[in-house]
Design a protein around this ligand. Structure first.
Ligand code: ADP
Ligand code: MG
Length: 447
């Protein structure tokens, strides 16, 4: 990527985010390099990087993609040396009063329970969040939500905060990321305002700390976090924590903190399944429909996206945003073809490479036969049919040629593979059991 393109992105962001946000968050970024779909920026502090990634990441990626750059992810690094420019840039951000400020990080208005789609992978986390959001006597403390990127942790936390504030407007709900907690702590230390800091954090009714894995390794911050935590628990105040992994697995976190975090309710958000993804897409489309009343989506497009983009919800949403923007720009119906054109990069990136070996393993598990029997020479139907299924899937889900596939099935000839593939093609049309098995296997291989 050239600096020229970045300059264009900057111009677009300035318009979109407003002068204040722009000078506080975007100006401190220094584009470093782009490789493998990851754009790297230097930032004066982790805090800025994290904030930008959470709040403006999607927009930055969107604009980069729009200008033809293949970027899927942003990465922020903090230079090890203290560079004068970074220092100077930091000062613009540090101007905000941090120590006495009870406002926390801004809550996204869209992240409510109403817009959260519940499915099997997240139903437990959702139920726990709902319970906490009802207020009332504190039943589990802390509530610890964990799960991979883009699975809805922040969304659920904001939803809790919105709900609590709506039910009791006087409640002091403080939501912030672990890095913001750290940043405030360090600022308080530097400005000798530790008393204010302690008082502030002990005066909240509900404390929410997002992405707490970032606290690992920061010893003095951990210490303070631990004390704040204990003081609040003792005072029967609700604490809600999120992280990208279970408490026990957070690196460089003190044992006593780990065990403290585990003593409430720990629930995880599982990776999305097809049904949940489809549900989320449908709910987003309903929102867009109001915004773009003329747009038409051909049948099958949402199913296609839910099927093909299985990484995380953020990517799924980004894809949909882009699709709608593109379709409305060119004034065309959103067909499968248009979808494939417009999202080719995203689709390519989330293409899971399935191997013949994986297919063989899945199929033999499915039919409860030994892998060696599937690959071996036996011709009895019990083995032959699963073998043909595996050949069919290998032909359709990998880029291997027929001879290559034959070799992986105990050195069979390519004509044998071809015969097997044809046989399954015939059966698929007449035998619904076979058709169902195929669909099931195909899906589980794509997950
Ligand atoms: P995390 O904090 O786990 O990385 P986020 O809460 O930021 O993930 O979610 C990423 C995006 O996906 C957000 O825009 C969020 O609204 C959306 N999202 C995630 N899960 C759901 C869901 N179950 N229903 C609706 N939107 C969701
Ligand atoms: Mg988050």
């Amino acid at each position: 990527m050239t600096n020229d393109i970045w300059a264009k992105v900057l111009a677009a962001l300035k318009g979109a985010l407003g002068a204040n946000n722009f000078s506080n968050w975007i100006e401190p970024l220094e584009f470093s390099h782009l490789s493998g779909g990851v754009a790297t920026f230097q930032v004066p502090t982790n805090f800025i990087g994290n904030y930008v990634s959470q709040n403006f990441g999607d927009q930055i990626i969107y604009h980069l993609n729009k200008l033809g750059e293949d970027v899927q992810r942003l990465q922020f690094t903090v230079p090890t040396q203290d560079r004068p420019t970074a220092e100077k840039k930091l000062r613009t951000v540090a101007n905000t009063p941090v120590v006495n400020d009870l406002s926390g990080a801004p809550l996204d208005r869209r992240f409510t329970f109403d817009t959260f789609v519940v499915g099997k992978p997240n139903e437990l986390a959702h139920a726990a969040a709902r319970r906490v959001a009802e207020g009332g006597p504190v039943s589990f403390n802390p509530l610890f939500l964990y799960g991979g990127v883009g699975l809805g942790k922040t969304h659920l936390m904001h939803a809790i905060a919105h709900e609590l504030k709506q039910r009791s407007p006087k409640l002091n709900v403080l939501y912030l990321s672990a890095e913001q907690f750290m940043y405030r702590f360090i600022t308080a230390l530097r400005e000798r305002k530790m008393m204010d800091f302690k008082q502030l954090f002990r005066s909240v009714d509900v404390l929410m700390v997002d992405d707490v894995q970032f606290i690992g390794g920061k010893d003095s911050t951990q210490e303070e976090f631990f004390h704040t935590f204990n003081a609040l628990v003792d005072g029967q105040k609700q604490i809600i924590i999120s992280a990208d992994r279970a408490p026990g697995e957070i690196k460089d976190l003190e044992e006593r903190i780990k065990s403290r975090l585990q003593c409430g309710l720990v629930v995880d958000l599982h990776p999305t399944d097809y049904e949940l993804r489809l549900g989320i897409l449908q709910s987003k489309v309903d929102v867009y429909a109001a915004q773009y009343p003329d747009l038409v989506i051909a049948p099958g497009v949402l199913e296609f996206l839910a099927h093909r983009i299985s990484t995380n919800v953020r990517v799924l949403e980004g894809a949909l945003t882009r699709l709608f923007a593109f379709a409305s720009l060119v004034g065309r119906e959103i067909t499968l073809e248009l979808t494939q054109d417009c999202l080719s990069d995203v689709l390519k990136a989330s293409d899971r490479k399935v191997t013949v070996e994986e297919i063989q393993r899945k199929v033999s598990e499915h039919y409860n036969i030994r892998l060696s029997d599937m690959i071996g020479p036996k011709r009895v139907r019990n083995y032959a049919r699963p073998r043909q299924m595996a050949m069919y899937l290998a032909k359709h889900m990998t880029s291997r040629s027929l001879p290559e596939i034959g070799r992986r099935f105990g050195g069979r000839d390519h004509t044998t593979v071809m015969h097997g593939v044809r046989r399954i093609e015939e059966l698929k049309a007449t035998d619904s059991q076979i058709a169902d098995d195929l669909e099931l296997l195909r899906r589980s291989l794509q997950e």
